[in-house]
Design a protein around this ligand. Structure first.
Ligand code: GRA
Length: 383
């Protein structure tokens, strides 16, 4: 067992840290306030290869692997979690295309996602289908050598700005989850209406509704075969969940760093507030949970790089990291007091952004369900 990162991975991590600190951090609080989606950052990250580590060179990637992906993601999320979402919106669709697309689809659609030129998204969730993916109501009816999509997707990250992405719809509702299909669509045609929605956090990551009405797609937009959609979706979620786990880890780290800095600066009652055991307890919990989450996130990524199944390990990592982020940001708010509560400083942003990790990509309860059902032998997570 080797706990050291290779020189190559250290270089990738340092590059991401440097970029995050110089290019993202200085305006993060302002971007959050202005709800500003930074396409310019997407293009720069694309140029640096931040989206391409999990894709081979043949399709525009650099093949550095999943560990590289989580290291980059952690660094970005540490300074601005909303920008981490943008990473996932490029990598998620690219990976689904890589795994399930035909040669033509891969060559055509993956490179623009990796360059950050084509703004991606994935549209799974609907008003009545959140945790329960098979409850999707959107349909894809066969028509004139293609498909017509009708239905409404809700809480879709990048909905207001995406050039396109993955859309999940039923080609045959009577087959239950086996009738779900996956499409890769561009939104530069009639039949798609967008509505932006407001959320508590991740303000610089636009989110909203995508309403499809008589939205026409060609056969070449179908990913895999008709009925493969649930499989594609579960596979895709396992990858994007790992990205979320790394994002939550970055937020937990940001909160711990802010709390430690403040403890070492702030004096009350004649001494640094880090000297008080109540604050030490908070700091100790932050360190322990963050370190635990880091090992789990890196392990899940390492398994992917070995070509080994990692659904269970990803769920464990995502659950642990999401809870660590929520606890660490709550603790940081307590330690920083008014300076945590102030919207001039980033800690309240960390707190708001952290909550999303207990909800997205399978809520904490869904992860616990996957973990417990595996342990009990009811339903194996790695299959
Ligand atoms: O036997 P079969 O052929 O019928 O197949 C079953 C099963 O083997 C079928 O699906 C297969 N399957 C899988 N295959 C491969 C299930 N899980 C997997 C898997 N991991 N890999 C039906 O299985 P089932 O167990 O009966 O399914 P279910 O109970 O309907 O669902 C399972 C589950 C709850 C885990 C699933 O629905 C789920 O993951 N729900 C959570 C949904 C979710 O994560 N949504 C995320 C939305 S996107 C988002 O949040 C964007 C965030 C953006 C950001 O911040 O980055």
């Amino acid at each position: 067992m080797d706990f050291e990162l290779s020189e190559e991975l250290i270089a990738v991590r340092d590059l991401a840290r440097d970029f995050a600190e110089k290019e993202i951090a200085p305006t993060a609080t302002q971007d959050d306030k202005e709800h500003k989606f930074r396409k310019d950052l997407l293009l720069k990250m694309g140029e640096l290869g931040f989206f391409g580590s999990v894709v081979p060179e043949k399709y525009g990637g650099n093949g550095l692997g999943f560990l590289a992906m989580v290291l980059i993601t952690e660094e970005v999320a540490r300074v601005h979690s909303a920008v981490r979402v943008a990473i996932n919106m490029q990598i998620g669709p690219a990976l689904a295309l890589l795994q399930f697309g035909n040669e033509e689809q891969k060559k055509k659609w993956i490179p623009p996602l990796l360059r950050g030129q084509f703004v991606g998204c994935f549209a799974i969730t609907e008003p009545d289908a959140g945790s329960d993916v098979s409850a999707i109501r959107t349909t894809a009816a066969k028509k004139d050598g293609g498909y017509v999509i009708d239905g409404t997707k809700l809480w879709i990250s990048n909905a207001p700005v995406a050039d396109g992405g993955l859309v999940y719809a039923y080609t045959d509702k009577s087959q239950k989850h086996r009738g779900l299909s996956a499409f890769y669509a561009t939104f530069d045609r009639p039949g798609v209406t967008r509505r932006a929605l407001e959320t508590m956090g991740a303000h610089a990551s636009p989110i909203g509704e995508l309403a499809f009405e008589n939205f026409q797609l060609a056969n070449e937009n179908l990913l895999g075969k008709e009925g493969d959609g649930f499989k594609v979706c579960m596979w895709q979620l396992n990858q994007t969940r790992l990205n979320c786990a790394a994002g939550a880890l970055g937020v937990a780290r940001a909160a711990r760093e802010a709390a430690v800095n403040y403890c070492n600066q702030r004096e009350q009652f004649g001494q640094k507030i880090g000297q008080y055991q109540m604050n030490q307890e908070l700091i100790a919990h932050m360190v322990v949970q963050e370190e635990g989450a880091r090992l789990l996130v890196y392990r899940a990524a390492w398994l992917a790089d070995q070509g080994k199944p990692n659904n269970l390990e990803t769920s464990i990592a995502k659950y642990t990291a999401a809870e660590a982020a929520a606890h660490a940001t709550d603790a940081a708010m307590k330690i920083l007091g008014a300076y945590g509560y102030s919207t001039e400083l980033p800690v309240e942003r960390y707190y708001r952004d952290a909550k999303s990790y207990q909800i997205v990509e399978g809520s904490s309860n869904i992860q616990k369900m996957i973990i417990a059902q595996d342990a009990l032998g009811y339903r194996k997570a790695n299959r």
